[in-house]
Design a protein around this ligand. Structure first.
Ligand code: VG1
Ligand code: CO
Length: 543
């Protein structure tokens, strides 16, 4: 029985960098999730005869949200819903399923790297029929809808059995429960040389650890790395997805993935380490006593793509988000292909990928991906590295050092000030904006300012414009400082300071990034007055 439920708008349902993210308790308010889902369906328009993919990262409230969404999808006229078993789909797997079955899009439930549990965060976003996050034009239309909504449609119907693979009915809608891993694993086998990676493991001299951080990639990594590729049993740790991620923070960086980091240090360190985030789209890559920055990882992947079957015929172009280091630009130049600079967030890569302008793309925030799906893809990046290692038979460190010797090193770091007072953060950005007016051409320490602006982007495919994407200070030697406020947090504000300095191939390329960047860090802190204004001694997270 279809039901029209009267409702009223909620404040603040504007999607951020990657969907709508709020505390679980906010989503649990009566009508809160329903309003947003109805606004998505209203933005899609006519849902009749359409197929929707639904899945999430398994965090707290995932199951309840999926039942609500499925009832609403049926009431709104969808013909079919494809759902991952137990309501699970990693973000890249959701993208894969949306594309493979030529569906009309999908709802992905995730707050990615944000903590989970009853007191943690929850999130929801819509992905388009191309498998990628909805562009700003769509998300803004959804937001506008949330501000005028008066009713939503649902059904009085019992819960769907999410654990049973196969077909069920929910009103007039067909529900198909899929194995969440199978389609994705098949896609990975089509891109990488599994035989060669298997041979590397079979020799028994190459030991790895993949830390799933009790998040969604556990089942994917177990199936692909241990079952199909023969990595030693136990190579995947924290492999059982838990609603609260075991109380941890499912963000694959040197601070939060400390269990893995410990295994990768010291005399008995493993050969290769990797971790992924809450929804499986991020990756961190480590070698024996060696950390690969995500920006370098994109560049190394691009420079070695010809060694990997799925990319052997060459790559069309590369894109990186603005704050990501320019290491990939140098590879693109050497390959004679274009390199695009987009605002932060994967939704800006979609048009370039669809138009065939780029094959690879990445972000400094541990996100790497390609045209195989329309999301960043953590396990894909790990397999790319394993494929390169299986061909080159060198250590991770040797491969990166070799890369730097050829292209130079873009020394890079990001300093995050999390949980700041919102007014303080806005004040810092406003004052920096004002200072930028007069700073051009001036000397700051040993640097001369070549350009200072607020980054804007015009999409080369559809001409859409995005403004206010980060304050950037570019020096005459190519060094950069970028200031940006996060669009994914749910508490206070997070100021991100991105720092980059280039060292040519002939320079001494070893050395700790924090030491090498000390001069730029000092300038960034002084210009923004961040320590004084926050009363803090330093950032919460350094990556
Ligand atoms: C952060 C990252 C951005 C990434 C986004 C979503 O956004 O900086 O690069 O695309 O998270 O990643 P922000 O606005 O907080 O800086 V995920 O893994 O949440 O899907
Ligand atoms: Co994520």
């Amino acid at each position: 029985m279809k039901r029209h439920i009267a409702t009223q708008p909620f404040e603040g349902q504007r999607p951020g960098t990657s969907g709508l993210r709020k505390k679980v308790t906010v989503f649990q308010q009566p009508h809160y999730l329903e309003n947003f889902v109805q606004a998505i369906f209203d933005t899609i328009g006519d849902c009749a005869h359409k197929t929707l993919v639904v899945g999430g990262d398994g965090r707290y409230y995932n199951r309840e949200a999926i039942q609500i969404i499925l009832r609403m999808a049926s009431a709104n006229g969808f013909a079919c819903a494809l759902v991952g078993r137990d309501g699970l789909l990693s973000t890249p797997a959701a993208s894969c399923v949306i594309r493979k079955y030529k569906t009309d899009g999908g709802i992905v439930l995730s707050a990615s790297h944000n903590p989970g549990g009853a007191e943690g965060d929850f999130g929801i976003k819509f992905n388009m029929p191309n498998g990628g996050p909805a562009p700003e034009s769509f998300t803004e239309a959804t937001y506008a809808r949330t501000r005028e909504i008066t009713q939503y449609l649902t059904l009085a119907h019992e819960d769907v059995e999410l654990g049973r693979i196969g077909t069920q009915r929910l009103g007039d809608m067909t529900i198909q429960i899929l194995d969440p891993v199978a389609d994705y694993a098949e896609l990975m086998e089509s891109l990488f040389d599994f035989d060669q990676i298997r041979a590397l493991f079979a020799e028994g001299l190459f030991n790895i650890c993949f830390d799933a951080m009790h998040a969604i990639t556990g089942p994917y990594a177990l199936e692909i790395l241990e079952n199909r590729l023969g990595a030693m049993p136990g190579s995947v740790i924290n492999s059982v997805p838990l609603p609260d991620f075991g109380g941890g923070h499912p963000d694959p960086n040197l601070t939060y993935a400390h269990e893995l980091v410990d295994l990768m240090q010291g005399a008995n360190a493993l050969d290769f380490g990797a971790a992924s985030d809450g929804d499986g789209d991020r990756n961190m890559v480590l070698g024996k006593n060696f950390f690969v920055t995500p920006s370098d990882s994109l560049a190394v992947i691009a420079a070695n793509a010809h060694l990997v079957p799925g990319y052997r015929d060459g790559i069309a172009g590369i894109a990186r988000s603005m704050p990501t280091s320019q290491a990939a630009d140098r590879v693109a130049e050497a390959l004679g292909i274009p390199c695009y600079e987009t605002p932060t967030g994967w939704k800006f890569f979609g048009n370039l990928l669809d138009a065939g302008k780029i094959t690879l793309c990445g972000e400094e925030s541990f996100g790497t991906g390609s045209n195989h799906v329309r999301e960043k893809d953590g396990l894909w990046a790990v397999l790319f590295w394993l494929n390169i290692l299986a061909v080159r038979r060198q250590s991770v460190e040797a491969i990166v050092l070799d890369h730097w010797r050829r292209y130079g090193r873009n020394v890079y770091s990001r300093h995050d000030f999390e949980g700041m007072d919102t007014d303080t953060a806005r004040g810092i950005m406003a004052d920096l904006t004002a200072r930028f007016e007069t700073i051009k051409g001036k000397s700051v320490g040993p640097y001369v300012v070549a350009n200072a602006d607020d980054f804007s982007y015009t999409d080369p495919i559809d001409g859409s414009e995005s403004h206010g994407q980060g304050l950037r200070l570019i020096f005459t030697d190519g060094s950069r400082i970028v200031f940006r406020l996060s669009g994914t947090g749910t508490e206070g504000a997070t100021l991100r300071i991105y720092l980059e300095q280039y060292l040519g191939p002939e320079a001494d390329l070893s050395g700790d990034s924090q030491e090498l960047l000390a001069g730029l860090i000092d300038i960034a802190y002084r210009l923004s007055e961040v320590l004084m204004r926050t009363g803090r001694g330093g950032p919460t997270v350094i990556t």
